[in-house]
Write a protein that binds this ligand. Structure first.
Ligand SMILES: [Zn+2]
Length: 142
């Protein structure tokens, strides 16, 4: 006698598919949050690279460049992605300041610091990354 072949019933398959769907729905928020943390860290790294390029530029020219594009044109930065927010792909905001000014002043950021919550690119719309004149990068929420 031939052994009986076991196959999954439709109900068993539907239960398995439903369980997988529930697990994926439960995992999605943490995946979204991890993705956002990664993009925020990318912007911090980009702003740190911009800080180094600005310092080299000031060393050579005695003043800040007129725009971040000038850092690309004069080859202080080699990759145009560096001057863009990793989340929005928009060019970073930049303010040329006196190189010896107040270190707390914001030189560059993902969006204008006064942009309202909900319109900021990181932290579900309430955070952005900034670079201060003293070279510190920070994730700002206020
Ligand atoms: Zn950003």
């Amino acid at each position: 006698m031939r052994p009986r072949q076991h196959a999954f019933t439709l109900i068993e398959l539907l239960v398995v598919i439903a369980i997988i769907g529930i697990l994926m729905a439960a995992a999605r928020p943490s995946v979204v949050a991890a993705n956002d943390r990664a993009k925020t860290a990318t912007c911090e790294t980009r702003l740190a690279q911009i800080d180094l390029a600005l310092r080299q530029y000031v060393e050579d020219h005695g003043r800040m460049p007129g725009s971040l594009n000038e850092l690309l044109q004069k080859r202080y930065l080699l990759n145009s992605d560096i001057i863009r927010c990793s989340k929005t792909k928009q060019e970073l905001q930049y303010r040329p300041l006196a190189p010896d000014g107040d270190g707390e002043q914001i030189v560059a950021s993902c969006v204008f610091p006064q942009s309202p919550r909900g319109e900021r690119p990181h932290g579900q719309g309430d955070a952005y990354v900034l670079l201060r004149l003293d070279g510190e990068t920070a994730v700002a929420r206020q």
